[in-house]
Design a protein around this ligand. Structure first.
Ligand code: SF4
Length: 332
């Protein structure tokens, strides 16, 4: 049985102008210890997906169709008490801004101990010992001292390590990390992602990594889902998506990445911007930005298998043939 099973998930927001769908037809499953990246531009629905897994969509939003199952149990049918046991205990969430998790008026130790005492029947001394162990796991220097410090006394990178340590407090089976390194310097980003990878591998923890950064995804995950306007438009093994993306949108994201060692060339941007939820084009949502759009793109594309990936594009076979021809011409 999969650790997490998301089936036909749909999230709607009721606005004055009518209901809009922030997520449509999301399907994926995650095995124990598996790491999946969720990528796309702002507004693609990545964070809504993270929140909906934890049943944390607030009004006027709601899960309007589909199901999220954790170890075979539907999370939507759980009462608040049972859901709280899952949240934080079995599934931890890590946000971009550590200050969303950390309480500025409590010491790090008090916050960690409070969290442990809320979920476990243990003494305060035992809780402090566990908190110390977790700080050591995330390689915080002088962990004993950090327990008695306040969040504002620590650097951004150190605060994010503390948030990861808090996420690990209950030994979760799944971590949902939403842009966990976006607010950090590039060198600290790399260190934090390496740490998350090591911790997930060592503890067999599954990871859903939500990010706009394909570089981060390639560093950490085995599988990737690319989202656009609330739908998954391409998914498959991360190395295939990075090295041989088939969907024109994914190709655009990859072409927009800076290439190491290539100087003086302008980055290729995808023209236009992500449509608002109220103005998604009929048929393929990417059609108003796509160079290959044609009459048939007025119909929403189904997934087509291409190599190990599923690609929601009417043109996928032609695009694959084109790139094979180019490769042959280049090799001739
Ligand atoms: Fe472009 Fe059409 Fe494919 Fe959408 S379905 S990505 S518009 S070619």
């Amino acid at each position: 049985m999969a650790l997490l099973d998301v089936k036909n998930l749909e999230v709607s927001f009721g606005l004055r102008s009518g209901a809009v769908k922030a997520l449509r037809d999301i399907n994926f499953s995650l095995e124990r210890g598996e790491r999946i990246g969720v990528v796309g531009e702002s507004g693609a629905g990545k964070s809504v997906l993270g929140f909906s897994i934890l049943n944390l969509i607030s009004q006027p939003g709601r899960i309007s169709a589909g199901d999220v199952r954790f170890e075979g149990k539907s999370l939507q049918n759980l009462n608040d008490k049972d859901m709280r046991t899952i949240r934080g205990n079995r599934i931890a969430m890590i946000f971009q801004d550590p200050m969303m998790t950390l309480n500025p008026v409590l010491t790090i130790g008090d916050q960690m101990i409070e969290c442990l005492l809320a979920h476990r029947q243990i003494s305060k001394a035992a809780a402090r010992k566990i908190a110390l162990q977790k700080l050591m796991q995330v390689q915080i220097p002088s962990p004993e001292t950090r327990l008695d410090q306040y969040p504002h006394e620590l650097s951004g990178g150190m605060r994010q390590r503390i948030v990861i340590a808090i996420g690990l407090l209950m030994d979760p089976d799944l971590i949902i990390a939403d842009e966990p390194t976006t607010a950090l310097d590039v060198t600290i980003q790399a260190e934090i992602m390496e740490l998350m990878l090591e911790l997930c591998e060592r503890n067999n923890v599954a990871l859903i990594l939500i990010t706009h950064d394909l570089g981060v995804v390639s560093q950490v995950t085995q599988r990737t889902m690319v989202m656009y306007a609330g739908r998954v438009i391409e998914q498959g093994p991360t190395n295939e998506i990075i090295n041989d993306a088939q969907h024109p949108y994914t190709q655009g994201l990859i072409n927009a990445l800076p290439q190491m060692g290539v100087r003086g060339e302008r980055l290729q941007q995808i023209r236009g911007s992500m449509p608002s939820l109220q103005a998604i084009p009929k048929g393929c949502a990417f059609s108003n930005r796509c160079d290959y759009a044609s009459e048939r793109c007025r119909v929403i594309p189904e997934f087509t298998r291409s190599g190990g990936c599923l690609v929601a594009c009417h043109m996928v076979e032609e695009l694959v043939a084109q790139s094979e021809n180019k490769a042959q011409d280049g090799g001739a």
